[in-house]
Design a protein around this ligand. Structure first.
Ligand code: JCZ
Length: 259
């Protein structure tokens, strides 16, 4: 997979040389290229912004500079990703989708964002343009959102994750549940013990305990996810646990007891 990032702060993306993404680049699985948008400015001051049409606070990024940069970087069939708090939310589903694409180009805005004609123009030319938010909070620019999305996508590219940290182990998130809590040695730490069942060596009991923990955590922290569970994927013991947690499993969905 090829990933290009256009930004006025290339140093923000230095983290892509580290850890898993850095190793995937060294291994030739990922071709990541970070560019300084100012290389496409036309004036001595390398200006990339101007005042907003219609007035108002702040500055807007110029479409001509972005147009020049994107015409050099976009390839046939590439996806243009524009991080913005106004976009649809980037989720694990989005990451799975984008992990199958050959070429992603991230356009990192700053100030009040990028002139809206940049996305419009590329869409009109048949480019797949994806505006995306990583969550409901406001960042100073698209760089940190790009780091998040590149990491989430890159780890799903075949070969990027090693066996030690494989994607199939994330079965709980695939099932729509939060992960169960994890422990390692020492067996007692700060007066806190590892739950006995995990030291029992009884695989069946361990699996049931973890499933119950995942259900209890999800019910406590994300009741919206419990209400979205598929009843056909819940066994008799799941139903009992959910009952104890105050949820009834109906043929058509999971709802709070009594509703
Ligand atoms: C450009 N401000 C790009 C994205 N989820 C999220 N929060 N904030 C952003 C974001 C903020 C920005 C720009 C200027 C993305």
């Amino acid at each position: 997979m090829r990933v290009d990032v256009l930004t006025i702060f290339p140093a923000y993306l230095d983290a892509l040389e580290l850890s898993l993404v850095g190793k995937a680049r060294t291994a030739g699985l990922l071709d990541v290229r970070v560019h300084d948008l100012r290389d496409w400015a036309h004036d001595r001051h390398r200006t990339v912004d101007d005042t907003p049409a219609g007035g108002g606070a702040g500055m807007v990024m110029r479409p001509d500079v972005w147009g020049a940069a994107l015409s050099d970087v976009l390839t046939e069939g590439a996806t243009l990703v524009v991080p913005t708090p106004s976009g649809p939310t980037f989720t694990q589903r989005t990451a799975e989708d984008w992990a199958t694409r050959e070429h992603l180009v991230f356009a990192c805005g700053r100030y009040e964002g990028i002139d809206a004609r940049v996305a419009e123009h590329h869409r009109a030319r048949g480019v797949r343009v994806e505006e995306a938010s990583i969550g409901d909070y406001v960042l100073n620019g698209g760089e940190v959102a790009t780091l998040v999305m590149v990491e989430a996508v890159a780890r799903l590219v075949p070969g990027v994750l090693g066996n030690a940290e494989s994607v199939v182990e994330e079965s709980h998130s695939a099932e729509g549940l939060l992960e169960y809590p994890v422990y390692t040695r020492p067996v007692e730490w700060e007066g806190l013990a590892i739950p006995d069942v995990l030291m029992s060596g009884h695989h069946g009991k361990v699996a049931r305990w973890r499933r119950d923990q995942a259900l209890a955590r999800t019910a406590e922290r994300r009741p919206d996810m419990i209400a979205a569970l598929d009843p056909t994927r819940l066994d008799k013991r799941d139903r009992a646990t959910l009952g104890d947690l105050g949820w009834w499993v109906h043929p058509d969905g999971v709802r709070p007891a009594g509703e």
